[in-house]
Design a protein around this ligand. Structure first.
Ligand code: AMP
Ligand code: MG
Length: 391
């Protein structure tokens, strides 16, 4: 049995990023930029009005001031208007600011009288003017290599006129759930059988990573069928198998993987829940064997499979987001493996929730964070701990 740190290091050492690809912005969500990107345009691109109103020189625009309206400046076309003392231009949101003006009075604060307008408030310079470059100067880094592309990132790239972005490559994955007792939801259940919850769990977790799930199969504990499922699965860059990875008579995954030439680099990791974890490789495929117990599958996925997939996708950060929280109870770990305690972060506190056993899926479903308690560690209620967010 090896430590989690060693397991993760070995997995990450074995994994290479996939070749980058250029995609339309609309296909880039939750992928990772292959390059640093800098702003080629300032934002805003030109001084423009933040309101529908009247463009004025603030110093000449005290409450009660009267101006002659010399023209209209809509958004979308620059009429290159200029105002002189006593003049104003009717402007609309997003319209270029006429030369000579340094503020906009919103129309609600004005009284229009024919081709004149009376300003009913005092006006400060810069009011309702969105200055060129005030949000984003040209040359500013807007995306880091390996940074996740989020909805606002896509919008920012679009605002720069980019139609495409170069990202880390796609990761195709396959899921094989094993077990004679496991039945797909929707089917009739016989006595002693259970529904397959791991397939859909892993599918969801893979989607959350941004991976592409190509195949989801269930396979009974029968060597001749398993060999075919695994053969299909290893055509992808990642194969995740759940159940059957242990050493009982019905656990056929390891022998089947070996018979197909998969080199098993890791078997058994000191982590609770999740000890019966396996990692191997064949050709271009990374093979993960996760325990059948749902919570163990969940934890080992997040600690080992997720970082591997993120590395393949070109991410620069493989860690789950962490946040400090005040522990609500005493917790200690007298076992021989680090323990991932499932719990909830709420209003800055972390409280363990539900049964802390590897089959306890309801407890897991109510949790939104994990607290790693190291071997021999004792934590006291009220202490601030760093928890991994996993919702
Ligand atoms: P195994 O790792 O095959 O020994 O399975 C460990 C436990 O996980 C057993 O109680 C199985 O019934 C359960 N299990 C295995 N596969 C699944 C699955 N796909 N969905 C839900 N539970 C499972
Ligand atoms: Mg089994």
């Amino acid at each position: 049995m090896i430590s989690e740190e060693e397991a993760l290091n070995r997995i990450l050492d074995a994994i290479s990023p996939r070749p980058e690809q250029k995609v339309r912005l609309s296909d880039a969500l939750d992928r990772f930029s292959a390059y640093d990107v800098v702003a080629r345009l300032p934002l805003p691109m030109f001084d423009n009005s933040g309101m529908d109103g009247y463009a004025v020189l603030a110093s000449a625009s005290k409450k009660g001031a009267r101006f002659r309206v010399i023209g209209e400046q809509p958004a979308g076309i620059d009429r290159q208007l200029r105002i002189f003392p006593g003049e104003t231009v009717r402007v609309f949101t997003g319209a270029p600011i006429p030369t000579g003006a340094d503020a906009v009075v919103m129309q609600e604060d004005c009284t229009r009288e024919g081709d004149e307008v009376v300003v009913n408030v005092d006006v400060d310079p810069g009011e309702f003017v969105r200055r060129r470059g005030c949000d984003l100067p040209e040359g500013q880094k807007i995306l880091s290599r390996g940074g996740r592309i989020r909805p606002a990132t896509i919008a920012l790239l679009a605002s720069q006129g980019f139609a495409d972005v170069t990202i880390g490559g796609e990761v195709n994955t396959a899921i094989v759930s094993t077990g004679d007792e496991v039945v797909m939801p929707g089917r009739k259940l016989d006595q002693g059988q259970i529904y397959d919850s791991n397939s859909i769990l892993l599918q969801a977790l893979l989607h959350r990573c941004g991976a592409c799930v190509r195949v989801v199969e269930h396979c009974p504990d029968r060597g001749e069928l398993l060999i075919e499922s695994i053969r299909r699965g290893i055509k992808n860059q990642v194969l995740v198998i759940t159940g059957g990875v242990s050493v009982g008579e019905h656990d056929l995954v390891q022998t089947t993987l070996r018979s197909l030439g998969v080199e098993i680099d890791i078997w058994r990791v000191a982590i609770k829940p999740g000890k019966p974890f396996l990692f191997g490789q064949i050709n271009e495929c990374a093979v993960f064997g996760l325990p059948g117990n749902p919570v163990s599958a969940f934890i080992t996925f997040l600690q080992f499979v997720r970082p591997a997939i993120l590395k393949m996708m070109g991410a620069n950060d493989f860690d789950l987001p962490k946040t400090p929280a005040k522990l609500t109870v005493d917790l200690s770990n007298e076992g021989d493996r680090p323990h991932y305690v499932r719990g909830r972060i709420e209003n800055g506190t972390f409280a363990p929730i539900g049964r802390q056993e590897s089959h306890a899926l309801f407890g897991l479903s109510r949790s939104n964070a994990l607290l790693r308690v190291a071997v021999g560690e004792s934590l006291t209620a009220g202490e601030i701990v760093d928890v991994q967010c996993c919702c």
